[in-house]
Design a protein around this ligand. Sequence first.
Ligand code: ADP
Ligand code: MG
Length: 348
Amino acid sequence: AGSVALEGVTKRYGAETVVAGVSLAIAPGEFFTLLGPSGSGKTTTLSMLAGFVMADEGRVMLGGQDMTHVPPRGRGLGMVFQNYAIFPHLNVAENVAFPLTVKRAPKAEIAARVAEALEMVKLTGFEQRYARQLSGGQQQRVALARAIVAHPRIVLMDEPLGALDKNLRYHMQVEIKEISRRLGTTVIYVTHDQEEALTMSDRIAIMERGRIAQMGPPREVYEKPDSSFVAAFLGEANLLPARRDGNAVAGPGGARLEAGAGALSAPEGLLFIRPEKVTIAPDAPGEGPNMLPGRVRHASFLGNVVRYAVEVPEGATVLCDAANGAGATLHAPGDPVRLSWRAEDSRL
Ligand code: ADP
Ligand code: MG
């Protein structure tokens, strides 16, 4: 009952196509995230699922049923939106009860469901308070309780934690994940925050200008991006100039590159490698592919890691994150170093 599918869904505003033929299929109980920069069409996509925005083309399927033309109320979804604030004139219990009140559910059932939902978000005892008497995080939890109180099979969330500070955000991420798992709810989550998407999701769809650029489990999209857009959007990425050299691939200074995946379809391209997959060592002659001599330009102490910016031949810069573990060697700006990485961690 909790399955969700979009089939070639398109939305235009005037001459602008803001969602361009998006198709996806989400399994019951899955935590699925739409991730992308501002303006990439995440909210519009979610709004078409909710029924607030009508698709110009394509179908919206919920629980195996065609809901393309069903109004929001008939779709049986729970929702949490960033600006979908809790009602200031209702107290916490009344706010949470709202979806059941409009359905005219029996009083006893409402009371039981509200108590259950409040317990789940750890707000038992706050029933009589009003929005102004709650912290931002507590208000967010009220909105979450309201979204789950009617036990929807599917919950939509649009940047629900956007207004919270970092610690609270992390705490709420864990809480949302736990509750959705406990209830077996399908969650469609929208965020522009890559860390949040990587932490919470079973699968992520990365949106770029109204299209899905790539879709997959967090590890897969992070480690095997199909494009430089996806590589750069999901975190720091080194994208090194690479060129065909006979049957081989040459990088900066003619270094031999061997990638775990991908190929150069043109004479020139890019080699992708994450900073944490690059090993930095004092300069010493080395044999084999994926080795670059360089000079440390900058070392940033980030606490658990030291991030080095290393200048390599042809003016390219490679970022390298080295764990600041016991016995870690520190390299100072100006030091000659050698960078290396495993072929399987890189991609052309
Ligand atoms: P996101 O949530 O990823 O930031 P949106 O889905 O809100 O992106 O918006 C995608 C694009 O559609 C943006 O360029 C935005 O300006 C445009 N857009 C959204 N809603 C409307 C609307 N009601 N009228 C015209 N343009 C809109
Ligand atoms: Mg948005």
